[in-house]
Design a protein around this ligand. Structure first.
Ligand code: UGA
Length: 441
């Protein structure tokens, strides 16, 4: 990456998006001050400790702090004017959690917009990075204008992120595309400078509203792909076809593409479920009934219960039966338990009388906070001890490489329900497992 070739930036919010983006923007040669109003978090970061688990993040933060391109501060004022360096662009990456009705809570965005307005001293490009409904930038602009007592010139832009947890740094530094929604040439020039180190990747320059919509439309489309293939998996099960072959056959069509066609126990995480809801809600507010998104959500809810039904079919009576969960996180390489399918699955199995033993390589601490009435095992082998049935919930590499002869000696009954199609059905059956997977014979 280039050295100090970019500009002075302020990143507000050191959550997942803010921290990864801040570290990567520094790596790209910008001087970045990451700001958070949570003082504890800032102190932790200043000591080099990461508040989230993301592969390579600690090293990247450490490297850029040492190179003098990445800093942490606890106030927007300090972030926007840091040791004599004025931020030309201020990124907003604060939380937009879902409200009861599924709409996004944008109160944090309003608050920081006001503070940005109060601390601007010269032309500033305000960049919205959190996932927000279309027209949020318009509201930011109104808020900033209202509190911009000195009439400092500014522009509000949209620059959605497309990071996947677990491979976020890789995604940021090698993007499929960079999307910037800009209201002026001046703002476009500044953002192009911010991203100059990634000039070999496609950059799409649009109006602000289109950029805002691209994020929600992309996440909702990807969720639709997953629910579609999960629905197809159900048809495969009922007809004796194999969903992996069907997905391969579909994916070879360039118009469809092979990714996000992996059948499983449904999508989770803090993005897809939340964004799907928010997009549906937004469409409704604009007078359009986006019923498809409702169906995508319903298929996902049903798919989470697929594994519960399979356990029930194998166990007959659930009362007093022990079910081992291999994995808890919503996908591998993350400790994120938000909207993880494992939570709903465990709740339902417990309700039906089962006892749960669970193990996840990294999300145990987070899981302990959100899941009750579960035995958290020391490792995968401790987890399957005395199990009447094993459920593969998250496709971690270490579960693919288990010593199955050891597993077979530890379980009560060798029943494996593979919610992620991780294992080879023939091999599992040859070893002696009663093996059930998603949409495969
Ligand atoms: C997702 C998007 O992929 C990112 O582009 C986006 O930036 C991010 O949301 C966000 O909005 O911040 P992420 O939630 O980290 O990223 O996770 P994904 O890797 O997309 O997986 C989401 C869920 O879908 C997981 O539960 C995964 O197991 C499931 N999935 C994914 C499937 O069931 N099948 C597939 O084929 C792919």
């Amino acid at each position: 990456m280039k050295k100090n070739t970019g500009i002075n930036l302020c990143m507000i919010g050191t959550g997942y998006v803010g921290l990864v983006s801040g570290a990567c923007l520094a790596e790209m040669g910008n001087r970045v001050v990451c700001v958070d109003n949570n003082l504890e978090k800032i102190k932790m970061l200043q000591k080099g400790k990461m508040p989230i688990y993301e592969e390579g993040l600690e090293e990247l933060v450490d490297k850029n702090v040492k190179s003098g391109r990445l800093f942490f501060a606890s106030s927007i004022k300090e972030g926007m004017m840091h040791k004599g360096h004025r931020a030309e662009a201020v990124f907003i990456a604060v939380g937009t959690p879902p409200r009861e009705d599924g709409s996004a809570d944008l109160s944090a965005i309003e608050k920081v917009s006001r503070e940005i307005a109060e601390n601007m001293t010269d032309y500033t490009v305000i960049v919205e990075k959190s996932t927000v409904p279309v027209e949020t930038c318009l509201w930011i602009e109104k808020t900033v204008t209202r509190h911009n007592k000195k009439n400092i010139p500014f522009d509000v832009c949209s620059n959605p992120e497309f990071l996947r947890e677990g491979v976020a740094i890789e995604d940021f530094l090698n993007p499929d595309r960079i999307v910037i929604g800009v209201p002026s040439k001046k703002a476009e020039f500044v953002l192009k400078k911010v991203y100059s180190a990634l000039s070999k990747y496609p950059m799409l320059v649009t109006d602000v509203k289109s950029a805002e919509l691209i994020k929600h439309a992309s996440n909702s489309f990807l969720s639709t792909k997953i629910s579609f293939i999960n629905a197809v998996a159900n048809i495969c099960e009922r007809t004796g076809a194999n969903v992996e072959d069907v997905a391969r056959g579909m994916g070879l069509d360039k118009r469809i593409g092979p990714s996000f066609l992996k059948a499983g126990i449904g999508f989770g995480g803090f993005c897809f479920p939340k964004d799907l809801e928010a997009f549906y809600w937004l469409a409704k507010q604009k007078g359009y009934n986006f019923e498809l998104l409702k169906n995508v959500k319903e298929i996902n809810e049903t798919q989470k219960m697929w594994i519960v039904e399979k356990v029930q079919q194998e166990m007959w009576n659930m009362e007093g039966k022990t079910v081992a969960f291999l994995g808890l996180a919503f996908k591998p390489l993350t400790d994120d338990m938000r909207f993880a399918p494992s939570t709903d699955i465990a709740k339902e199995l417990i309700k039906r009388g089962a006892r749960i033993r669970a193990y996840d390589p990294v999300s145990m601490e987070n899981a302990k906070k959100s899941m009750k009435g579960i035995y958290f095992a020391k490792d995968a082998y401790d987890c399957v001890k005395g199990a009447d049935c094993i459920c593969l919930i998250t496709e971690w590499k270490e579960f693919a490489e288990l010593n199955f002869s050891r597993v077979l000696k530890l379980v009560n009954h060798p029943i494996m329900i593979d919610g992620r199609n991780l294992y080879d059905p023939d091999k599992m059956r040859t070893m002696g497992f009663t093996y059930i997977s998603v949409g495969r014979k």
